[in-house]
Design a binder for this molecule. Structure first.
Ligand SMILES: [Zn+2]
Length: 346
């Protein structure tokens, strides 16, 4: 307690600009309060390792042939998602039973076929026009000769997370805890061939980008990378981009973690000069490029990255659950907070 008083006394002697910035951040942090934490815990706990595992095993099975954009395996995976949303009473934003945002063949490179983003939607009760987008790419590398690229981590893990998060929100809605803002679940195609599903979406948004509050994008969240393996720290996730556009989003993400999940949030890939440039390498970037606040959730690369050995038996399902619960809690806050996310940097 004493140290804290000395520190703030010293900071008063410092420049006024610094003090007011520090104060602004303190005020911001104090303003982030989860009003019904018991509901976040209750519905977050409907996201289970068993259900995540069932989805990851299915999505990365031989049935779906590596989910290559435009190919039969991708269509089967799309149908699997559509059936899931129908059976869970999560509607499509496109109406009736059309869960596909079709993208014509001409949008892709020469040898690719027409494809689709798969979309599902939970309408907000108070500000239905304000949209939170939760995304993850569904496509992977397909097959080559006799080899299948299963893509269990990349990105069946993120796809399963989105499905379970949608199920948690719809369960809450059925019991009177539906989100105040709307949530779009966006399963993107053609990420592996250049973030094309998301670039198509931002050019042809289903809901105006002006009314889009933020994008939380998931790409590979089921494994542990060599760095954390060495540190014997499985309890982590890389957070990329959270503070680049909206300062508030960064602190909401931190608060969600402090309140509910206590993961070690690793920001090493968020540095501007980071040589891997992950910030530019998954679908959230197309939203960030349009000025929308984003978070990219990522476990880091590992020895099976983009190899046929990226299989479902190597996923850590309790860890996938915890990471999914962090994203769920963050989305819950964005969808239910009193004021819409401040999209600016402080
Ligand atoms: Zn990926």
């Amino acid at each position: 307690m004493k140290a804290l008083i000395i520190a703030s006394a010293l900071s008063l002697v410092g420049s006024c600009a610094t003090t007011s910035y520090t104060q602004k951040i303190e005020n911001l942090k104090e303003s982030i309060v989860f009003e019904r934490p018991e509901a976040v815990i209750k519905y977050g706990n409907t996201i289970t390792p068993d259900e995540l595992s069932a989805h990851v095993y299915k999505l990365s099975s031989n049935d779906f042939e590596g989910r290559q954009t435009g190919r039969n395996g991708f269509h089967k995976a799309s149908k699997y998602l559509k059936d899931f949303y129908i059976s869970n009473d999560v509607p499509s934003p496109l109406g009736s039973d059309n869960y596909y945002q079709s993208i014509p063949k001409s949008y892709f490179t020469k040898d690719s076929l027409a494809s689709q983003n798969v979309v599902a939607f939970i309408e907000g009760s108070e500000h239905p026009e304000e949209i939170i987008i939760l995304s993850g790419h569904l496509d992977h590398l397909g097959t080559s000769e006799e080899t299948t690229y299963y893509g269990a981590d990349d990105n069946a893990s993120g796809t399963a997370a989105l499905m379970e998060i949608a199920q948690a929100f719809i369960a809450a809605k059925k019991e009177g805890y539906g989100p105040k803002r709307s949530i779009l679940f966006l399963h993107l195609t053609a990420e592996e061939s250049g973030l094309l599903g998301s670039s198509y979406y931002v050019k042809h948004p289903i809901f105006s980008l002006n009314n889009t509050v933020a994008n939380l994008n998931i790409d590979m969240i089921g494994r542990v990378d060599p760095k954390h393996d060495r540190l014997q720290d499985d309890n982590y996730i890389y957070i990329i981009g959270a503070d680049r556009i909206s300062t508030e989003l960064h602190y909401i993400s931190e608060a969600a973690n402090t309140w509910f999940t206590n993961l070690n949030l690793d920001y090493s890939y968020n540095k501007e000069d980071e040589p891997n440039r992950y910030y530019y390498r998954s679908d959230h970037y197309n939203f960030a490029y349009k000025g929308l606040p984003v978070i990219f959730y990522f476990n880091g690369e590992h020895e099976d990255y983009h190899k046929p050995t990226d299989t479902p038996d190597k996923i850590n399902y309790p860890l996938l659950q915890k990471r999914s619960q962090l994203i769920f809690a963050t989305a819950w806050y964005l969808a239910n907070s009193k004021h819409r996310l401040n999209p600016n940097k402080l």
